[in-house]
Design a protein around this ligand. Structure first.
Ligand SMILES: Nc1nc2c(c(=O)[nH]1)N[C@H]1C(S)=C(S)[C@@H](COP(=O)(O)O)O[C@H]1N2
Ligand SMILES: [Mo]
Length: 420
């Protein structure tokens, strides 16, 4: 079978910066959203000013847990944000909560290509006419919780606490049935789907945010080309008008402003797939193992979420009244099997109490847990730990998964608080 790879696809596969012949001009583009010290609302109009800003220039911000816990579905104004490059190939700013103008959205197109006989173009206007599905899913940066690793050794990257996540309802067209319907005739060697978005690296030749997924990955069955977030057109800064959403996968796999889907035999060579966002397969030690040591053989991409739970109430440093105290929070995993149990400990892991789990909005959504306990006045510390039906559990000591990129923190959450 003869493979068709057009020039545009080739440029991207080769990890070059150009998109459709547009080369970013160094210095000619506004390369930063915000000035140091600016609050979230000054950086991205419409964001809640209480958001914790990690990188003003790139608009990287997380949600304080006191805000995150107030919503079952996270509103866009308080959803964390992560972008690698704030502009598209023409220098257009994408740091706005406003969705694209309807005409712009309708005309948006996605090129489906790679090792296929017949590349196709799909427009958002076409997608709007197709049958859509809804999925509620956690969106979480693979770097969420990174700052807790720093107790062992500092890593590069933003110092996320637990607020680099949200729980969202996405609506869109299922990817695999769409690909099947396009009559692409992929080559027999095709194993991966590769996605690229409209943003381009600010420096020619810089690594592009291109991501690859094994076509056989179970979560891909639930992947969608999302057109709506929480029932509305997707805010531009969160990837509208069309975003590839892979439920149960870390956020970096959900490519914003989708422009390309490519059927390929291998993962993209982009450094943002091969060198960052990868987890070593086993424990590694600071200083002895760096991101330069990462290979396809000794590491995995950050695909599915590691099982995790956090405490939403009480929060660290809060004071609650003695007597009956309701401990609350959320738990989630990669959605492949149900959670089996979430337990809390008030004696630093000596004994564990089973919590009650509310019905969740599906396998990929936050699972809310709660437990009423009687507590005397004094200093307390609550630990929480989730286990799923495959016996996958959070490590009591999260530092055991320390890695040079600071990815996939999923240690038992430990929250000190005061009972008055
Ligand atoms: N095109 C594109 N998509 C992207 C990124 C990016 O820089 N460019 N960042 C990714 C990362 S690392 C994360 S964590 C999520 C963040 O999604 P949010 O900002 O909508 O919360 O988007 C992902 N999709
Ligand atoms: Mo991320």
């Amino acid at each position: 079978m003869t493979a068709t790879i057009d020039r545009r696809t080739f440029i991207k596969l080769a990890g070059l910066a150009g998109a459709a012949g547009v080369m970013p001009i160094r210095g000619a583009l506004p390369l930063a959203y915000g000035a140091d010290g600016a609050d979230a609302a000054q950086i991205i109009a419409g964001k809640n000013p209480t958001m914790i800003v990690h990188n003003a220039k790139l608009g990287v911000m997380e949600t304080p847990l006191a805000v995150l816990r107030e919503h079952r579905v996270t509103p866009p104004e308080v959803l964390y944000n992560r972008l690698h490059f704030p502009v598209d190939g023409s220098g257009k700013w994408m740091a706005t909560l406003a969705p694209a103008e309807p005409q712009v959205a309708q005309a948006w197109s996605i090129l489906v290509s790679g090792l296929v006989q017949r590349p196709k173009t799909v427009r958002v206007a076409d997608l709007e006419r197709m049958e859509r599905v809804k999925v509620t899913s956690v969106m979480q940066c693979a770097g969420n919780g990174r700052s807790y690793y720093w107790e062992k050794a500092k890593t590069p990257g933003s110092g996320w606490k637990h607020g680099g996540m949200g729980n969202l309802t996405w609506e869109g067209v299922p990817v695999l049935p769409l690909l099947a319907s396009l009559d692409l005739s992929p080559d027999a060697s095709v194993r991966f789907l590769t996605a690229n978005g409209k943003d381009v690296p600010p420096v020619p030749g810089g690594a592009d945010m291109i991501k690859s997924y094994p076509l056989a990955a179970p979560q891909l069955k639930d992947a969608i080309l999302a057109l709506r977030m929480n029932g509305r057109p997707i805010p531009t800064v969160h990837g509208g008008p069309v975003r590839l959403v892979i439920p149960g996968y870390y956020g970096n796999m959900s490519v914003k402003w989708l422009t390309d889907l490519m059927m390929m035999p291998e993962e993209t060579p982009s450094a943002l797939m091969q060198k960052t966002y990868r987890m070593p397969l086993g424990p590694v030690e600071p200083g002895k193992f760096t991101t330069q040591n990462l290979t396809q053989q000794n590491s995995d991409p950050t695909y599915g979420f590691r099982i995790m739970s956090v405490v939403f109430a009480p929060l660290e440093g809060e004071t609650v009244r003695a007597g009956g105290v309701e401990l609350k929070g959320v738990a989630w995993n990669d959605g492949l099997v149900p959670l089996a149990e979430v337990r809390v400990s008030l004696d630093r892991g000596n004994s564990w109490l089973l919590t009650e789990l509310d019905a969740s909005d599906g396998p990929y959504a936050w699972h809310h847990w709660r437990k009423r306990v009687e507590l005397p006045p004094g200093r307390q510390e609550v630990w929480v730990r989730a286990v799923d039906a495959w016996g996958r559990a959070q490590p009591l000591d999260g530092l055991t998964t320390w890695n040079p990129g600071g990815w996939s923190w999923h240690g038992v959450d430990r929250v000190p608080f005061q009972v008055a």
